[in-house]
Every structure is written in structure tokens, then in C-alpha cells.
Design a protein around this ligand. Structure first.
Ligand code: HEC
Length: 172
């Protein structure tokens, strides 16, 4: 009987330590939230379209339709500042913190934007993965892929020597 009680106390203490430890490591306020992130990416102005070209382009085969048929990629100023004259990321250069890359996703070239796929550079942020936050939103901010999912559905495909940004290796 006594032994059972000790085991219970031990298990209880263990769970308490794990929970407290988790809250200590990932305090709720520090986790990027969808609403805040959506506000951030939509309030940032002065986006630069990939290679300064506002044309809507077909998405590459490599997306395996993860991003529908057509796209337009844009960079906030922080991100665009490290690109070279051809609109490319020079080899070995990494995007600085607060860089934002938005991929507008369209099912038809002449249609309206359907989804905004987003990468935001925030090194070491609790739900970052490979130093980026990953999320997808509708134009009005409905969550299509939550930032709280740590980009688990994104990173298997987003491997590239250009700071995990795919466009630079696919289009020269
Ligand atoms: C099956 C592969 C695949 C998956 C999964 C995927 N992507 Fe992509 N993504 C790509 C490719 C390839 C590109 C390059 C543009 C193109 O050719 O369509 C791209 C481009 C992007 C871009 C523009 C910057 C860049 O890397 O070129 C963003 C932003 C983006 N994806 C976000 C996401 C997010 C967020 C997720 C997860 C919710 C995700 N992607 C999942 C393949 C993928």
C-alpha cells in the first residue's frame, strides 16, 4: 500500500516538474500568435516583388501542388535589402531577423489571391523552425496553417542552401 502511494507521489511530482519546466521554457506570451503575425505581415509596407516583377507566375512542379497553381512572391524591405541586383540572395548570405517573405497563392492566373504563405525570420523564437516562422492565412486573416505548428508541414520541402528559401534555386 505504502509503495503504491510513493509511486503516485513520484509520478505526480514528475508531471508537475515537466509542466512547470515547459511553461518556463515556452511562456505563452513569447509564442508567436497567428493574429499578431498576420497583423505584422499585413501592416508592413513597401514589399518588393521577386525580381521587381509583379507578374503572376506558375508555381514550380517541385511544390507538388502544396502551393496551388500560380504565385507571386514578395519580400519586405528588411529581406529585400540583402538581395543582389538580380533579385537573388547571394551565396552564403542569410536573411536578417524580421525578414518577411510572402507567397501569394492563386489557383488561376487571372483570379484573386487565395492564400498567403508566409515565412518570417526570427532566430530562436519558440515556434520557429530553421530560424523561420511558418504560416498560411486567407486574405482576411483566417488561419490556414497555424504558426504554432512549428512549420512541421513545410520544412521537409523547404530545404535549400539559400537560407531554406526555394525560389532562388529553382529560378535563376
Ligand atoms: C511539397 C513541397 C513544399 C511544401 C510542403 C511547402 N512548400 Fe513552400 N515552396 C515550395 C517551392 C518549390 C517554392 C518555390 C516557389 C515555387 O516554385 O513555387 C516554395 C515557396 C514558398 C515561399 C516563398 C519563398 C521561397 O521559399 O521560395 C513561401 C513563403 C513558402 N513557400 C511558404 C511555405 C509554408 C508556410 C509551407 C507550410 C505550410 C510550405 N511553404 C510548404 C515547396 C513547398
Amino acid at each position: 500500500m505504502k509503495k503504491k502511494k510513493t509511486v503516485f507521489i513520484f509520478i505526480f511530482a514528475f508531471i508537475a516538474i515537466v509542466v512547470t519546466g515547459y511553461i518556463f521554457l515556452f511562456p505563452p506570451g513569447k509564442t508567436a500568435e497567428d493574429e499578431k503575425l498576420f497583423k505584422w505581415i499585413t501592416s508592413d509596407t513597401g514589399y518588393y516583388y521577386y525580381q521587381n516583377n509583379p507578374e503572376i507566375l506558375p508555381t514550380s512542379e517541385e511544390t507538388e501542388r502544396a502551393h496551388d497553381n500560380f504565385m507571386r512572391i514578395r519580400f519586405n524591405k528588411k529581406a529585400a535589402d540583402v538581395l543582389n541586383q538580380d533579385g537573388h540572395l547571394p551565396k552564403g548570405v542569410m536573411f536578417p531577423d524580421s525578414s518577411i517573405i510572402v507567397k501569394e497563392i492563386y489557383s488561376e492566373k487571372t483570379g484573386a489571391v487565395e492564400v498567403l504563405a508566409v515565412m518570417v525570420k526570427l532566430k530562436g523564437a519558440p515556434n520557429s523552425n530553421k530560424d523561420w516562422l511558418w504560416a498560411e492565412y486567407s486574405l482576411t486573416g483566417d488561419v490556414e496553417y497555424s504558426v504554432s505548428k512549428n512549420g512541421k508541414a513545410c520544412i521537409s520541402c523547404h530545404k535549400s542552401t539559400y537560407d531554406n528559401v526555394r525560389i532562388f534555386e529553382l529560378r535563376k
